[in-house]
Design a binder for this molecule. Structure first.
Ligand SMILES: *Cc1c(COP(=O)(O)O)cnc(C)c1O
Length: 229
């Protein structure tokens, strides 16, 4: 797992350089290591190299890995689309959820969260590419959804999450991240205390950080190519 350690160091260096290049503090963007499809042994190796926050997209796969890693104090983020029939498991076994895009799932997550546990940290996912097929709420609805989520007792609204559609022209790459940032600023100006922009992956983390991302979700650059499931 020597490669994994080196890959992690490279990713951290990319993040720090991107922060500095955009005039932000070196630690302005956190790293979420996206470990979906990789085994518990890979996560353990990353944890030994100092990584503590991990992102998973498939509930059952994540629960199996959590059980195998119960001896480690890790932070688990659910980054996949949230299906209504999975809200109980997500509320019970994750610290963060990034894919909340409608009030119904937010309500179910809040209802299912153990009142004795810390509130579930939530990012509202916004469809920043206006693609009918992608998940995420309509940008025009984001502020109202955030206001409603912020009122739910066992959730803590942290910010916005976005995944831009693949683009044909590199000059257009910045626009969706910019749109997400403007939305974030507007919602903050309305009085909601957001502190997180969850944006940027292996191929575009520098662009996302230049547009204000505070949390990048990186899989391939750390763990290698995923075998399609
Ligand atoms: C898989 C995934 C990532 C990681 O993508 P890479 O290109 O491998 O870095 C980030 N965010 C979400 C929501 C994902 O599903």
């Amino acid at each position: 797992m020597q490669n994994l350690k080196e890959s992690l160091t490279l990713v951290r260096t990319r993040i720090e350089r991107a922060c500095t290049a955009s005039g932000r503090p070196v630690d302005a963007a956190r790293l979420l290591a996206v470990s979906k499809t990789f085994g518990a042994d890979s996560i353990r190796a990353a944890a030994e190299a100092g990584q503590s926050a991990f992102g998973e997209s498939y509930v059952q796969e994540a629960l199996d890995k959590r059980a195998a890693l119960a001896d480690l104090a890790l932070e688990w983020h659910f980054i996949g689309p949230v299906q209504s029939n999975k809200t109980r498991d997500i509320a019970a076994h994750f610290d963060w959820v990034h894919g909340v895009d409608r009030l119904k799932v937010a309500q179910r997550l809040s209802d299912a969260r153990d009142p004795a546990a810390a509130p579930l940290q939530v990012c509202v996912q916004v469809n920043i590419s206006c693609e009918a097929s992608k998940s995420g709420c309509d940008p025009a609805q984001a502020q109202a959804l955030c206001a409603a989520v912020a009122k739910l007792p066992r959730l803590r609204l942290r910010g916005l999450m976005g995944i831009p559609a693949p683009i044909k022209d590199a000059r257009d790459a910045r626009a969706p991240f910019h749109e997400l940032r403007v939305l974030f600023e507007n919602i903050r100006a309305s009085g909601l205390p957001l502190d997180t922009i969850s944006a940027g992956m292996t191929d575009d983390l520098e662009i996302a950080i230049a547009e204000g991302s505070t949390l990048v979700r990186v899989g391939t650059a750390i763990f290698g190519q995923r075998i399609p499931t």
